[in-house]
Design a protein around this ligand. Structure first.
Ligand code: N01
Length: 536
């Protein structure tokens, strides 16, 4: 093959389409039995995208744009999965994909990638392209005696296709990140009793979901090009304007009015109130305190409210979750218990349920909403070997090292769509995915036109890029949270800030500048360069 692509979610579908259009032979390997990537697996009740639907989709195809109409402001998981199925069929992509096939290893050998799958198939390919996603490897904490539990347990990112019967059950949910916050009100509606095991409270902002009317949709499509251009050259890949640069110089009334306005608009628009929210501790504290007050207003029992109020991290230093259906009000229900496992940690699983230092919670079903081995987990799950026998997981033992999040030195012709040190999870993913796919496809087209066979970042370019990414993160408030952005959620993972925090626009311009300067920082060659040859 000319290219092997791993994954058939948003990234893999568009990547394989672009490469086929260029005339390359392409094989896509997908672990799931269908397309969809993260939207295939995350079927838990309440699963929905926190990006608004009109920008949580592809922009590259006029036909796809015309033929699809989203029904709600935020798309629900089944609708996104339908959309990706529609795209795969519309572009006739399924014929490129081998489903239910996992890539076990990829080795750069004799100038080609040799890719081996779990069914023992081996294929040689010039390019090896990871489209595995940033949040694909579920993380289940190693609780003591986890297997002793007599009931059923599920991870939200491996939710059974046939669903789970929660009616009348005593259910425990562990985790109060974006997933837990979407899930908890839905489970409360069905379960006989729900216990939420919370280690760290979070700041959930109302999403304010609603159906999208035909008129609204018509207005969106009339302005589609402009909306997308704004999104591509924005901070988060979302076409929203900042309300104010900072809180400095504004009266208390003006600050309150700005926050209240954006709070009413809901979702990620709230994060666009003050431009310096993630830089300036004073602004951040004002925003955080506004949110804390909102939580207190919504929870009837003051003691429970205080447990739900975050004080350990500034707003936005962890991924801001969205509240769709009364997350905080759920704790006003008689049949919902908040178990503070920071105060009284989980000690073990027992046949009857979960034991903390304070109580035994008897449960029929446990749901792990405990997140992912983010950004690097799915990549490192494959045994990827580059030049001179270098092993990716060993090279990255102290944290990932990429150039632009697109390539890795020592691993020629490997591309990582939304890889570490690119905006990725700090952006509206489809915008970043399209940018990466276009960059990679244009690069391959250029290589073909100029007679180059290999591309690889120069080590010093990768080194510099990683330092710049870290320096930017250090100027922001991210270091004040124990977040998965920094690998803090998985024991033993290096504490390194993984996404590029400088914003989608800055990043896009840098990628364009690199190309304009003849792929600055990359080594392009017709044959393997001297270090590789001497290693032979
Ligand atoms: O995972 P998380 P998530 N004992 O890692 C807790 C994206 N997403 O699946 O904060 C007890 O954020 C952990 O506690 P703590 C989005 O980017 C997108 O919710 O570490 N608790 C935390 O509360 C998001 O950020 C959408 O103290 C333990 C929770 O589990 C990312 O996915 C929707 C524990 C994990 O939160 C991940 O979100 C949903 C332990 N040992 C998610 N270990 C969309 O909009 C962990 N926890 C598309």
């Amino acid at each position: 093959m000319d290219a092997v692509v791993v994954g058939a979610g948003f990234s893999g579908l568009y990547m394989s389409h672009r490469l086929r259009e260029l005339g390359l032979s392409v094989r896509v390997y997908e672990k799931a039995p269908d397309v969809g990537g993260t939207w295939y697996w995350n079927r838990y009740p309440g699963a929905r995208c926190d990006s608004e639907s009109h920008i949580y989709c592809y922009s590259f195809s006029e036909e796809i744009r015309r033929e699809w109409q989203w029904t709600e402001r935020y798309p629900e998981q089944p609708e996104i999965l339908d959309y990706l199925r529609f795209v795969a069929d519309r572009l006739d992509l399924r014929r490129l994909i081998e489903f239910e096939t996992e890539v076990e290893s990829a080795e750069f050998d004799d100038g080609n990638w040799t890719v081996t799958t779990d069914d023992g198939e081996t294929v040689d390919s010039q390019f090896f392209i990871s489209a595995v996603g940033c949040l694909s490897e579920p993380y289940v904490p190693e609780f003591e005696n986890r297997d002793a539990f007599d009931g059923e347990w599920y991870h939200t990112a491996r939710w059974p296709r046939e669903g789970v019967d929660l009616d009348g059950k005593r259910v425990g949910v562990i985790g109060t990140g974006s997933t837990g916050i979407q899930l908890v009100p839905e489970v409360a509606e069905r379960a006989a009793h729900l216990t939420v095991f919370q280690r760290t409270p979070n700041y959930a902002v109302p999403a304010r979901n609603r159906p999208l009317s035909d008129d609204e949709w018509a207005e969106i499509t009339d302005n589609y090009d402009e909306i997308w251009e704004d999104a591509r050259f924005s901070w988060l890949g979302m076409p929203f304007e900042m309300k104010h640069a900072t809180t400095a110089g504004l009266s208390d009334e003006e600050i309150e009015a700005a926050l209240e306005e954006r709070w009413q608009e809901g979702g990620f628009r709230f994060l666009h109130t003050f431009e310096d929210t993630l830089f300036n501790p004073e602004t951040n504290e004002i925003v955080s305190e506004f949110l804390r007050e909102k939580i207190r207003e919504r929870v009837e029992d003051p003691e429970t409210a205080e447990k739900l109020v975050p004080t350990d991290h500034p707003y936005g230093s962890k991924r801001p979750p969205m509240d769709y259906n009364g997350y905080y009000e759920t704790f006003n229900r008689e049949d919902v218990t908040l178990a503070d496992v920071d105060e009284n940690p989980i000690t073990e699983f027992a046949p009857e349920g979960i034991r903390t230092t304070a109580s035994l919670y008897e449960l029929d079903t446990v749901i792990f909403a405990t997140g992912f081995d983010a950004m690097t987990g799915a990549l490192m799950a494959m045994d990827i070997r580059g030049r001179d026998g270098s092993v990716l997981s060993e090279e990255w033992a102290d944290g990932p090292r990429t150039y632009l999040g697109l390539g890795v030195d020592g691993f020629p012709n490997l591309f990582t769509i939304t890889g570490p040190q690119s905006p990725a999870v700090l952006s509206n993913m489809p915008v970043s995915i399209e940018q990466h796919v276009d960059w990679i496809a244009d690069c391959i087209e250029y290589m073909r036109a100029e007679g180059y066979e290999y591309i690889e970042p120069r080590p010093e370019a990768a080194e510099r890029w990683v330092s710049q990414t870290n320096a930017l993160a250090d100027q922001m408030l991210f270091s004040e949270a124990e977040s998965w952005y920094r690998g803090a959620n998985v024991p033993g993972k290096p504490r390194v800030f993984t996404p590029f925090p400088g914003g989608v626009e800055t990043y896009r311009r840098e990628c364009e500048r690199v190309v304009e300067n003849g792929y600055e920082g990359f080594e392009l060659s017709e044959s393997l360069d001297p270090p590789a040859q001497s290693a032979d």
